[in-house]
Each structure stands twice: as structure tokens, then as C-alpha cells.
Design a protein around this ligand. Structure first.
Ligand code: AFP
Length: 309
């Protein structure tokens, strides 16, 4: 039987005519996440053998991951700015004289779900790649998005605007293509719902009751990356973290989490709204702006829009 040679990430990007510096940037980000994956395993091994490693040290991992991203991006001559969920302001990662030919800026949620590490649940990093500088109050300039899921396998989901593809970190330390051009079904059968039920709005409650009456199965880990990854790879369904009675913008952040994930899901044939507007049409007013989210198969997202009108 012919042995199929696994296509590694760099070869895949080159074969798909991804611009040279963007290829190098994506590769740098992949290497960064590979290092973060090893730090998570290291922390978990310590935690496992000596429970006196405090929970706080687990939580510190997200700050460590943030610093790892900043230090790595400081070495990328084509990255001008970095915005991180862990930083209050945009970080200029290049000296002024270096940054005139820097083509890209990135947003990172360096380690989303860090509160789940001490119970050995999957967590992830979410990255948005923007052409030019990060611009609030404007149309988004996302040209690529990716997330890395630190689970039993470390996987990388990527879109550069031509489909959504999955790569897996192999024993040799290379991300190799696992699934090309993932396509979600029009309608799925799982739902993933965040927020405290007693804080849901009446319209949201009626929408969720409809899904339950339709027999949707509940799948929710409390980790945004594994929860959305499941909707993507189980070919459909819906993830929502809604507007709450005491938090009309919900919990999740537009720039760092929702717009990169929406870019990825739309490229796989899905959709993402805040309950009314397409997530990718929203112009963030502030860096850490939050938004409600309904993301997944088109049928469930359109149904949410009808219930929330
Ligand atoms: P942490 O990063 O504090 O663990 O929060 C994870 C998260 O931002 C996102 O990954 C989940 O979808 C969401 O919070 C879960 O929130 P609830 O704990 O309120 O369900």
C-alpha cells in the first residue's frame, strides 16, 4: 500500500501560494504554540506529582504564555503590533525604525481556559493575523486566523481565507495536515451553552428550549477552544455564550476570541453572530470589548437570530 507522506504546515502553505512573510509568521506562531504546549505538560507533570504546586501557578501559565508570544514576536521583522488578552494596551513589538516594512499585526489569547489546566481539561491559544496595524472602530483587516488546541493531541486549526484546515503535532515535532478544507453541515446535533441559566434572557431561554426539544446533545467543557473545536469537527451544531441579564455583552472578547474563531468557522461553511449582527461586521470600539456569540452551523445561527429578534 502506498505510504502517504504527511504534508507539513510549511509545505501546505507553500503549495497553497500563501504569501512568503505570512507563511513565515504562521510558522513562527506554530513554533511558539509548540513551546507553550511543552510548558503546559511540564506544569501538569509537576502538579500531578506534588499537589502543593498552587492553583495560582497553574493560572500563571497564561501570563507565561503571553510573555512567550511577545518575546517570539519581537524576533519577527514583519510583525508590527501585538495585542494580547493579557495586556491592557497594544504592544509595539518592533523598534520604530524597524517597523516601517512590518506588514502584519496579531491578536492573541495566549492561553484561553487556563482555569481548566489544574483539572487536566483541554485549553487553547487563539490568534488573529491582521494586515497592517490593528485598527479599532474600523472594518476588520483579518487575513488569517488560527487556534491551537492543547488536548490529548496538540492540533492547529488554520484559515488564510481559503478554507479551514486541521494540522496535528506529530512525534517528530512537526504540524502535519490531518484534515483539509473542513466543511460543516448546514445543521448539527450538539449545542454548547455558557453563562449561568438564571441570568439568561427570556428569548435566549426559548431558543435553548427549542434546541433541547429538537434533541440536541449538550457538550460544554468551559473551554472556548475545545468547545468550538468540537462544533467544527463534529460537522456542526452551536456554541453560544449569550448576553446575560447583568452582562449585556456576555463574557467573551470580540478581538481576541470571537473574530478569529468566526473567521475560521465561516471558512468552514458556518456562521457567527452576536444575536443580530455578523461578528466579523462588528467594529470593536475598545481593545477588550466583549460580545455575545452564537457560532456554528448556519441553521442554528439563523434560528438564534429569529428567536432573539
Ligand atoms: P478562563 O480563561 O478564565 O478559564 O475562562 C475561559 C473562558 O473565557 C472561555 O474559554 C469559556 O468559553 C468561558 O470562559 C467559560 O465561562 P464560564 O466559566 O462562565 O462558563
Amino acid at each position: 500500500m502506498e505510504r502517504i507522506t504527511a504534508v507539513d504546515l510549511r509545505t501546505f502553505l507553500s503549495n497553497n501560494n500563501v504569501e512568503h512573510n505570512l507563511r513565515r509568521l504562521i510558522h513562527q506562531i506554530a513554533i511558539t504554540c509548540k513551546y507553550i504546549s511543552s510548558k503546559i505538560n511540564e506544569a501538569n507533570r509537576k502538579y500531578a506529582v506534588s499537589k502543593n504546586v498552587s492553583g495560582e501557578q497553574q493560572l500563571e501559565l497564561d501570563k507565561a504564555a503571553d510573555q512567550i508570544f511577545i518575546k517570539r514576536m519581537e524576533c519577527c521583522a514583519y510583525v508590527k503590533q501585538l495585542a494580547s488578552e493579557e495586556q491592557d494596551e497594544i504592544v509595539s513589538v518592533l523598534l520604530p525604525e524597524q517597523s516601517n516594512n512590518a506588514e502584519y499585526s496579531i491578536t492573541v489569547d495566549p492561553l484561553d481556559g487556563s482555569s481548566l489546566i489544574d483539572v487536566n481539561l483541554a485549553v487553547g491559544s487563539i490568534i488573529g493575523i491582521h494586515k497592517g496595524e490593528l485598527c479599532l472602530k474600523n472594518e476588520h483587516n483579518l487575513i488569517a486566523a488560527m487556534y491551537v488546541l492543547y488536548g490529548p493531541l496538540t492540533t492547529l486549526i488554520l484559515s488564510t481565507g481559503n478554507g479551514t484546515h486541521e494540522f496535528v503535532l506529530n512525534p517528530e515535532g512537526e504540524f502535519v495536515l490531518a484534515c483539509e478544507n473542513i466543511k460543516m453541515k448546514e445543521k448539527g446535533n450538539i449545542y454548547s451553552i455558557g453563562g449561568v441559566k438564571k441570568e439568561w434572557t427570556e428569548k435566549h431561554k426559548r431558543y435553548i428550549e427549542h434546541l433541547e426539544d429538537e434533541g440536541y446533545k449538550l457538550r460544554y467543557s468551559g473551554g472556548l477552544v475545545p468547545d468550538v473545536n468540537q462544533i467544527l469537527l463534529k460537522n456542526g451544531g452551536l456554541f453560544t455564550y449569550p448576553a446575560l441579564i447583568n452582562a449585556k455583552n456576555g463574557k467573551l472578547r470580540l478581538l481576541f476570541e470571537l473574530q478569529p474563531l468566526s473567521f475560521i468557522i465561516e471558512q468552514a461553511g458556518g456562521a457567527a453572530i452576536d444575536g443580530k449582527n455578523r461578528i466579523l461586521d462588528i467594529k470593536p470600539e475598545t481593545l477588550h470589548q466583549r460580545s455575545p456569540i452564537y457560532i456554528g452551523s448556519k441553521h442554528e445561527v439563523n434560528l438564534a437570530k429569529d428567536y432573539l429578534m
